[in-house]
Design a protein around this ligand. Structure first.
Ligand code: SAM
Length: 360
């Protein structure tokens, strides 16, 4: 089935999108643009409208062609104001992937939240969308999340599978969890529900209002997660942490400082999870592709330490850099990179041995 597509954006972004879209994949293309750009001669021979006319148009999906997240959010806000359904709005950082997504449109448009691409939506799903969800196929975290009528939780939907994969072995145990980034407090309550009555949950947030979100099994420290002195005072007050989730400010230095200060107090078989790695690619968070000192680049060095056992100094004629077994090597079992998330699992590590077995 071919679709009627609207591109929403300013002149520059509409031009870019038009140049890239594979016209064979669509039925019709309409441009919706800003008041400033509508009269530009490029639009003259094209089907074009300004945004408040969108109600009068027929379409299957709207692609927001915006350069920045803030521009996307503004366009998105305007669309919602005009009564456009969320699920018809598509966004991706990169128009290059749009054709790929178009090919898979039936899947992406299946109406289930799982396939929604609108990952910057900060809205609750509608009752209609919730009814379509298949609760039977969900893990306990997802069930809690979608049924939550309490304090707000703000998570990418695909994180729940990752959490469950690495956290489920702690169910019902005497587990200690620390989450950086409390916000409305909903996620701390989610962890309490998930791990059960024996767990202890700690939160860290820079916003003093978060202190009021403390409750049974939940304790919150107020301070800046980028401030080593603050983190050191927290370390004096908490026991070893079994699970740490970094969902704080997501700036590069915050993620690095938090890791350097808190990884050492993760229990020997604990888990360190840093989420929203996307900021490592975003200018506004001091990120950038292959930019020095992003958390992603920093974490790549950890991969070397994980494998430092195998470094042979004598043969390293092509590199002046040395690699030695260090605390990371000795205490880290594995690193798991997911879409937007890094999970590091601790374990006491011995030097690796290989053996030969078999008789033939
Ligand atoms: C994405 S929200 C956390 C969402 C929450 N974990 C959830 O799942 O619902 C980020 C939080 O980090 C806090 N934050 C931002 N910068 C921080 C910093 N430097 N130190 C500590 N907390 C910070 C913000 O106040 C905000 O509450």
């Amino acid at each position: 089935m071919k679709n009627n597509v609207i591109i929403l954006g300013n002149l520059k972004e509409c031009k870019r999108a038009r140049a890239k879209i594979d016209m064979d994949l669509i039925n019709s293309l309409t441009f919706v643009t800003t008041k400033n750009d509508i009269n530009d001669k490029w639009f003259k021979d094209k089907n074009r409208f300004i945004i408040h006319k969108i109600k009068e148009l027929e379409y299957d999906l709207i692609f927001i062609a915006s350069e920045t997240i803030s521009e996307f959010k503004e366009f998105h806000r305007q669309l919602i104001k005009q009564g456009v359904e969320n699920k018809k709005i598509w966004y991706n950082f990169n128009i290059d992937t749009f054709n790929l997504m178009l090919k898979d449109f039936t899947k992406y448009n299946s109406g289930t939240l799982k396939y929604k691409t609108d990952f910057f939506m900060e809205e609750k799903p509608t009752d209609f969308e919730l009814k379509k969800l298949d609760f039977q196929s969900m893990n306990r975290l997802e069930k809690y999340f979608y049924r939550n009528n309490g304090k707000i939780i703000h998570k990418f939907l695909h994180y729940f599978e990752i959490y469950d994969r690495h956290f489920s072995r702690f169910f019902g145990k005497d587990v200690t969890v620390l989450e950086i980034g409390v916000s409305k407090g909903g996620s701390l309550e989610l962890w309490r529900d998930y791990f059960g009555s024996k767990c202890k949950i700690y939160g860290i947030d820079i916003d003093p209002k978060c202190k009021n979100l403390e409750s049974e099994q939940i304790e919150i420290f107020i301070g800046d997660a980028e401030d080593r002195n603050f983190l050191r005072t927290v370390k004096e007050k908490v026991p070893e942490i079994d699970i740490l989730i970094d969902d704080g400010g997501h700036y590069m230095n915050q993620q690095i400082v938090a890791f350097e200060e808190l990884y050492p107090i993760i229990s020997p078989d604990g888990v360190y999870l840093c989420e929203d790695l996307m900021t490592s690619y975003m200018d506004e968070y001091e990120g950038g592709y292959r930019r020095k000192n992003t958390f992603i680049e920093y974490s790549k060095d950890l991969i070397d330490y994980l494998n430092a056992w195998y470094f042979e100094e004598k043969k390293s004629w092509f590199s002046k850099k040395k690699l030695s077994v260090n605390k990371i090597t000795l205490s880290t079992h594995s690193m798991h990179y997911y879409n937007n998330v890094l999970v590091i699992e601790k374990r006491k590590m011995d030097p690796p041995f290989a053996a030969i077995m078999g008789n033939k």
